[in-house]
Write a new protein. Sequence first.
Length: 80
Amino acid sequence: MAKKKAKAKKKTTARKKTKAKARKKTKAPKSKKPFGGYSVSFKGRKETLESVFGSEPIGPAVMTKKIWTFVKRRKLGKRR
C-alpha cells in the first residue's frame, strides 16, 4: 500500500511543475513600451475624396498609402 501512495504523490508534483513552467512562459516583458501618441487632424480641409484618391476604384492598400502621402505633404500629423 505504501508504494501506491508514493506514486500518487509523484504525479501531483509533476503536474504542479508543468503548470508553473507554463505560467512563466506566458508573462509579457515589462520593458516594452505601448504604441501610440500620433494624431492626425483633417479639420478645415477642403479637398475632396476624388482629389486625394482619384476617380478610379482602388484597393485598400493603395488607399492607405495615398492617405499617408496626403498627411505627410500637408503636415497634418502631430506627435502627442
